[in-house]
Design a protein around this ligand. Structure first.
Ligand SMILES: Cc1ncc(COP(=O)(O)O)c(C=O)c1O
Length: 389
């Protein structure tokens, strides 16, 4: 067996394996897509943005798609469009932007637990915390659908709207239905770490005409055209350059997504029998985008904890992230929000996201999985080596 680098062996990867390598479309295809707008002096919110909105709306089967500068601004405008006040319930096991969009709308975030198996909003826990909340926000964590029909039912039972933070989930389906068609509104992100990329960008998808209308003017300072602004809007327009990148990314999206899913399956096959490694559970019938491939380490049965595994992987040249640690309710910005979430704290301390992107080779995936298995097998030695440093 190869000796682990953290135990004095040779690094498994001479060149670092980065955590993310965005799948960018060829530059020539982007420049030729951009040229007509560019030559006409149309640099932002022009025909390419309209084309992107129409293409995505058709792909998802949703009435409206409004392109914005990023997902955070899209969430802010989507929540603003719902015109609610008071408290909003969301999982703490998500990215900070889900909560920031709530707080920027002068709503009070209240946090609910996640389910340790699926890592999604725990609906039973949410039900117990929903009273007097006027909005429910749920994230499709790591690109796996978060039981969106059950989330809708929960919100409907409380008579409140629901926003899905779909930042990770462009391309995901739940029981054959596209993520992007659920709830009052869903918002995707198009940053370089996401399956569909624009550089920076967001897509707001909704079947509600009023929400689409509000986001459409909201991205333009809430100026309806005569400069008599209707509310406190943003400049959250998407530029033509970003739309050109997104359109070219969309053209090759299905191939990239299939590759992501194949890599995820390869990790699953290799890691499912490693003691102490828990894989994110994705319900049968659902398709995740695998924006992230995240595992949870149970130190007791694995032999060593998550932090030590991260160190051992780094020593081999493998870059990882611990999404979402700290969970939002433990972040300084939310220190004043009361929340007792022991499950979320435990899950956050166990998770580690592994490299996953279309250009990652099968050999690299196999080797990363082997390192993880080897670290577990030699947990006690690895622990000793790390504390000795
Ligand atoms: C769950 C989630 N929501 C929202 C965002 C914010 O997206 P953006 O960077 O496009 O504003 C991110 C970013 O990674 C995210 O992971």
């Amino acid at each position: 067996m190869t000796v682990l680098a953290v135990l004095g062996g040779q690094r498994r990867f001479a060149e670092n394996v980065p955590f993310v390598r965005p799948s960018v479309p060829p530059l020539e295809s982007v420049t030729s897509r951009l040229a007509p707008s560019y030559d006409a002096g149309l640099l932002t919110n022009g025909p390419l943005v309209r084309e992107l909105e129409a293409a995505v709306a058709q792909r998802l089967g949703v009435r409206h798609v409004v392109a914005v500068a990023n997902c955070t601004a899209g969430l802010m405008l989507a929540i603003r469009a719902l015109d609610v006040q008071g408290d909003a319930l969301l999982p703490s096991f998500t990215f900070s932007a889900s909560a920031h969009a709530i707080a920027w709308n002068a709503l009070r975030p209240r946090f609910a637990e996640c389910d340790p198996a699926s890592m999604q909003l725990d609906l039973d826990d949410a039900k117990g915390r929903l009273d007097s909340a006027s909005l429910l926000v749920a994230t499709h964590v790591f690109g796996a659908p978060c039981r969106p029909d059950a989330v809708e039912d929960l919100a409907a039972s409380a008579g409140i709207p629901v926003v899905f933070d779909a930042a990770h989930a462009f391309g995901a389906t739940h029981d054959g239905r596209a993520v992007g068609t659920f709830g009052d509104v869903e918002v995707f992100s198009l940053t370089p770490t996401k399956p569909l990329v624009a550089g920076e960008g967001g897509l707001v998808a909704t079947n509600r005409d009023d929400v689409a209308g509000s986001v459409r003017i909201g991205r333009d300072y809430a100026n309806p055209g005569n400069y008599d602004t209707r509310f406190v809007g943003l400049n959250a327009r998407m530029s033509e350059l970003h739309a050109a990148v997104a359109l070219e990314s969309l053209a090759r999206f299905d191939v990239d997504l299939a590759r992501r899913r194949a890599i995820a399956q390869r990790y699953r096959d290799a890691l499912s029998s490693v003691p102490g490694v828990r894989l994110q559970q994705v319900p049968a019938g659902d398709l995740s985008t695998y924006k992230d491939f995240t595992i949870a380490i149970d130190a007791g049965s694995f032999g060593i904890d998550r932090d030590a595994l991260v160190i051992a992987l780094r020593a081999e040249g493998v870059d990882t992230r611990c999404y979402f640690d700290p969970p939002v309710h433990r972040q300084y910005a939310y220190r004043d929000v009361e929340a007792d979430l022991p499950v979320t704290r435990a899950v956050a301390s166990q998770v580690v996201s592994l490299p996953i992107y279309p250009r990652l080779s099968d050999e690299t995936v196999d080797a990363i999985a082997q390192v993880i298995a080897d670290v577990g097998t030699h947990g006690a030695d690895v622990a000793r080596a790390i504390t000795a440093v």
